[in-house]
Structures are given as structure tokens and as C-alpha cells.
Design a protein around this ligand. Structure first.
Ligand code: ATP
Length: 200
């Protein structure tokens, strides 16, 4: 296994609504140390360098230096090129902050929720990658209900995403989220214990 500073870094990735956050919560409940790129992403515009760069490309989404998050989301989710530009600004900064927190924690095993792992080419930074797969209809329903999106808006977000079944590489663990929450919890527990057995 690749060693990050003597620690083992595990990425959990998958499409929108596949169950990543749910899985990270389950791992945290089992006592694991977890970090989330989504959570870091919500704070990323507090970083002046990131805010300045985003404002340069999306001036309409800022009023007197204050970010209009809803407008920015609408702008980028309706235009893949704009989404690519914004991700190019925020994702490296998010990964940098996550890795700093992981190092500072000193934890032997660290789980990271990283939604766009493959899109950013970040998979090589991790010792282990878990790809969460969930049926598209379930994901659409879950995302629509959770984020108050219309079926069309939820579908547009999902459409921007890569096909994870195709990009998962050998050595990556595919976790099928296809039952209820109790079934998912059992699977997560199984993956964790397998990992703990491997690292000794
Ligand atoms: P995003 O990429 O949008 O952050 P995510 O991959 O983190 O999504 P979650 O937020 O964990 O996905 O799950 C989406 C929704 O589906 C949540 O409301 C969650 O409770 C629900 N969910 C996930 N897995 C299951 C399951 N096996 N049974 C029932 N509900 C589930």
C-alpha cells in the first residue's frame, strides 16, 4: 500500500446521490476519522485567493465581493465548460486543505469523501479508492428530494458526471448501494473490517 506520511488514505467517490455522505457518516459512527471535500467546498470561498480567482471568471455572481452561491450554481450547472473552469479553481484548493487536515490529524486511517475524484485525476493520491454505485432512478429521486430540485434539474446535475462503472480501475473497490440503509451499513462495515485486516 502507498503510504501518505505513514497514514493510509482512502477515497470514497461516486455519482451525485450515490450515498457517499451516508457512508462517511457510517464510518464515523464506527470510530473512523473522516473528511469531506463537500464540506471543505462550502468554506472554500472564505479563502481570499480562491474568491478572487472565481470572481475573475464569474463577476456576475459576485455583488460587491459577496458571492451569490445560487447564481454561481445555476451558471456552472447549465454550462459544462464553466463548471470545468470553476472546478479547476476550487478543487486543487479543496484537496490541499483536506490533505493538510489529514496530516495534522495524525490518524493512521483517514477516509475522504471526494465526489469528483477521477475527473480531477486525484485517485493516484490515495492508497485505496472506494467507488459507490447506485441505480440512477434512486439517485435522481434522492437528490431531487434532498436538494429541492425538479426532476429536470436533478437530471442535469447527474448528466454532467462521468460513468463511474467505466472509470473505476482494477484495485478499486466497488460498493453497490442497492438495498436499504441497514444493508448499506453492513456493507460498509465489511469493507472497513477488510481494510483493517489488510493494514494490520
Ligand atoms: P452528493 O454527491 O449529492 O453529496 P451523496 O453521494 O453524498 O450525494 P447521500 O447524500 O449520502 O449521497 O445520499 C443521497 C440521499 O439518499 C440521502 O438522502 C440518503 O439518506 C439517501 N440514501 C443513500 N443510500 C440509501 C439507501 N441505501 N437507502 C435509503 N436511502 C439512502
Amino acid at each position: 500500500m502507498k503510504q501518505n506520511n505513514g497514514q493510509i488514505y482512502v477515497a470514497v467517490t461516486g455519482g451525485i446521490g450515490s450515498g457517499k455522505t451516508t457512508i462517511l457518516h457510517m464510518l464515523a459512527n464506527e470510530g473512523c476519522f473522516t473528511l469531506s471535500a463537500d464540506e471543505e467546498g462550502r468554506r472554500i470561498y472564505d479563502d481570499p485567493a480562491v474568491r478572487k480567482e472565481a470572481e475573475k471568471y464569474f463577476p456576475d455572481c459576485f455583488a460587491a465581493g459577496v458571492l451569490d452561491r445560487k447564481k454561481l450554481a445555476q451558471t456552472v450547472f447549465s454550462d459544462p465548460e464553466k463548471l470545468r473552469i470553476l472546478n479547476g479553481i476550487t478543487h486543487p484548493a479543496i484537496m490541499h486543505k483536506l490533505f493538510a487536515k489529514a496530516r495534522a490529524s495524525g490518524e493512521k486511517l483517514v477516509f475522504f469523501e471526494v465526489p469528483l475524484l477521477f475527473e480531477g485525476g486525484y485517485e493516484t493520491l490515495f492508497d485505496r479508492v472506494i467507488v459507490v454505485m447506485r441505480e440512477e432512478g434512486e439517485r435522481l429521486r434522492a437528490v431531487g428530494a434532498r436538494d429541492g430540485l425538479s426532476g429536470e434539474e436533478a437530471a442535469a446535475r447527474i448528466k454532467n458526471q462521468a460513468d463511474y462503472a467505466k472509470i473505476a480501475k482494477s484495485g478499486h473497490t466497488i460498493l453497490y448501494n442497492e438495498g436499504d440503509l441497514a444493508a448499506l451499513k453492513e456493507k460498509v462495515s465489511g469493507v472497513l473490517h477488510e481494510l483493517l485486516a489488510q493494514i494490520g
